[in-house]
Design a protein around this ligand. Structure first.
Ligand code: GDP
Ligand code: MG
Length: 626
């Protein structure tokens, strides 16, 4: 299950797009319907062509409701940045893009909606402008598509592109520490207290003893729902409604976090790495009051700039923030800060230390410790780097800044703990620089993409024994070396068969439909009469896929574009031709024609085919051994 969210300016078509894709109207609450505006996060869901399930979170575009957007984007696997083709990028487009960038959301699509309202020339201009805006953000390389929710134009392509974007994503991480930042609290008749949110970090089960933070409030899970279905277990990456016993609605607030007991503690002071957005209206000053957002929580706080007198737009620095009320947050969590009035996003980043002491400003020892903390332990850095997909050790060393020798030891420990694996059926004891490393989740995602691509190919070409490697590689968009390693391991694990330079799923067999079987019988009968001078494939209007399948089964041999012989006939003619060369020194087109009572055309096609197979070669009028 993956969570995909919309972002973009009000009225640019986000909710309409979600409805066109899922059939679910995210503007469904009565109040929203009255105001024709999304006031809370709307949720819809969809199964992509690959079978991948996604939750679609529709985040409202209106400035006033930006906190709803922040609540929704914390757990996003991919974003749909929606821009109306007739208007182009608007102020909130820029603000939402900046937020996606600050939250580190690197996967997504840029969707130009309302394509029915503009012509191709205008669309090209807007696309170019959008590309310029994306430059330098996490979405810089994102595919750009144009659609119309009105005519349906571009929607299938959008769904396919989303599938491809998510194929590259590792499934949501499961570290055994489930967290549900609560974005809604309500009572349901007959059930009692219900909270909703996007689950990250681990699974929740009915019966689990849980805790709500801040405040160490214990509760028990009475029931779980995901996408309106009752479930026993909710997996990370899904939208979940949790029915709680032990807590009343009045005890709970939006922004609280539901989690497993004993690890997540509330805090009202945090050390942050802060990046100011380039479009911020002015520098951030020492001791300034800001609004702080993380997960679904929103609270006021005062900043202490630890390494600067002020932070200019576009600049980065170390900051300690003191909050007016505690939040439940962990190291590495993303956050956003906004100036209170006029309310505007000015920066954000990651929490580096959720429970620091008070620091003196400009203290070199403090700054050095923050830099180290931000990088994490070497093992964390390696896993972090691998979260985006497999990497070879050389690249991993560049990405993490760890020297080969140290990296080797870290990787050896990760391998021993089962937290990483080498893409090699028989890996060396100490991995080598060219070896590719991935996480178990990354490997599962890769296998799913690979078997999905093969299954798709087999469906498309049921009469072919397998898929050319290059075709599958390009469908997956993998670098050649990575692809070869992945195939090596998949073959080693028996998930894929590599046969005669073709790849297939182990259970794939060429299977004729009754109509194809009848056509095959007719074709073989026609090629047998007369066997040495059969009618051409063109005359027979033979289906090339069927011819290739019969050739693969050894029933016929195709010697040219238009000529094929039954296998027995072919073998007899080849045997005679080679024997004649050996006994008389050469064979001619006329000799072959006369011996087998065939045509000059057929004899020539066969001998040219033998030249191509490098069994014979031409010398004047005769063929000799190659
Ligand atoms: P949101 O605020 O981004 O969620 O925008 P809505 O989905 O509410 O759409 C705003 C307006 O644009 C509505 O009147 C829609 O009917 C209209 N709209 C949305 N998509 C399209 C489209 O593809 N073509 C046209 N012509 N109008 C659209
Ligand atoms: Mg809307």
């Amino acid at each position: 299950m993956f969570v995909v969210g919309t972002a973009g300016h009000v009225d640019h078509g986000k909710s309409t797009l979600v409805k066109a894709l899922t059939g679910i109207d995210p503007d469904r609450l009565r109040e929203e319907q009255e105001r024709a505006m999304t006031i809370d996060l709307g949720f819809a869901w969809l199964t992509l062509p690959s079978g991948r399930e996604i939750s679609l979170v529709d985040v409202p575009g209106h400035e006033r409701f930006i906190k709803n957007m922040l609540a929704g984007v914390g757990g996003l696997d991919a974003a749909l940045l929606v821009i109306a083709a007739d208007e182009g990028p608007m102020p909130q487009t820029a603000e939402h893009l900046a937020i996606l960038d600050l939250l580190g959301i690197a996967r997504g699509l840029v969707v130009l909606t309302k394509a029915d309202l503009v012509d191709a020339e205008w669309l090209a201009l807007v696309s170019e402008e959008v590309r310029e805006r994306l430059a330098g953000t996490t979405l810089a390389g994102a595919p750009l598509l144009s659609v119309s929710a009105l005519t349906g134009q571009g929607l299938p392509e959008l769904v396919a592109a989303l599938d491809r974007v998510l194929a590259a994503a590792a499934p949501p991480a499961d570290s055994g520490r489930p967290r549900l930042p609560i974005d809604r609290v309500f009572t349901m008749t007959g059930f009692g207290t219900v909270v909703t949110g996007t689950l990250t970090g681990g699974s929740l089960r009915v019966g689990d003893e849980v805790e709500v933070q801040p405040g160490d409030r214990p509760a028990r899970i009475r029931g779980l729902q995901s996408h309106k279905r009752k479930v026993e277990t909710a997996a990370p990456g899904s939208r979940v409604a949790v029915n709680l016993s032990g807590l009343a609605v009045g005890d709970l607030r939006r922004g609280d976090v539901l989690t497993t007991p004993g690890w997540l503690r509330p805090t009202d002071r945090l050390d942050l790495h802060l990046r100011m957005i380039a479009a911020a209206p002015r520098p951030l000053r020492q001791n300034e009051l800001v609004d702080f957002f993380t997960g679904a929580a929103e609270v006021a706080g005062r900043v202490t700039l630890l390494d600067a007198d002020e932070l200019a737009p576009g600049a980065s620095g170390w900051v300690q923030i003191r909050l007016a009320a505690p939040v439940a947050a962990a190291r590495g969590d993303r956050y956003i800060i906004r100036q209170p009035s006029p309310s505007l996003t000015i920066g954000g980043g990651a929490i580096v230390d959720p429970r620091p002491r008070r620091h003196r400003r400009f203290d070199q020892a403090v700054l050095a410790r923050l830099a180290t903390l931000q990088q994490g332990t070497p093992a964390e850095q390696v896993l972090q780097a691998l979260a985006a997909g497999p990497l070879d050790l050389k690249t991993l060393s560049e990405r993490t800044g760890l020297a080969q020798a140290e990296l080797g030891l870290v990787v050896r420990d990760l391998l021993a703990a089962g937290a990483a694996l080498v893409l090699d059926p028989a890996p060396a004891a100490l991995p080598r620089p060219a070896d590719y490393l991935t996480t178990p989740a990354g490997w599962r995602a890769l296998v799913e993409a690979l078997t999905g691509a093969l299954a798709g190919y087999h469906r498309q070409y049921p009469l072919r024994p397998g898929a050319p490697r290059e075709e599958i590689r390009s469908r997956l968009g993998l670098a050649p070396r990575l692809f070869d390693r992945a195939i090596g391991l998949a073959v080693g694990q028996g998930l894929v068969v590599d046969e005669e330079a073709l790849l297939r799923l182990p259970d794939h067999r060429i299977a004729f439909t009754p109509a194809q079987a009848a056509a095959a019988d007719r074709l073989l009968a026609a090629l047998g009469a007369p066997a040495t001078a059969p009618p051409s494939l063109t005359e027979l209007a033979a289906d090339p896929e069927l011819v290739a399948a019969l050739a693969h089964q050894g029933k016929l041999v195709r010697v040219s574009e238009s000529a094929a012989f039954l296998s027995d006939t072919y073998a007899a003619m080849v045997d005679w031709a080679l024997a004649t060369i050996d006994s008389t020194g050469g064979v001619t087109v006329a000799g072959l024609r006369d011996r087998f009572n065939t045509s000059r055309k057929h004899a020539l096609a066969l001998l040219e085919h033998l030249d191509q197979r490098r069994l014979t070669r031409r010398q004047g009028d005769v063929r000799v051994r190659w």
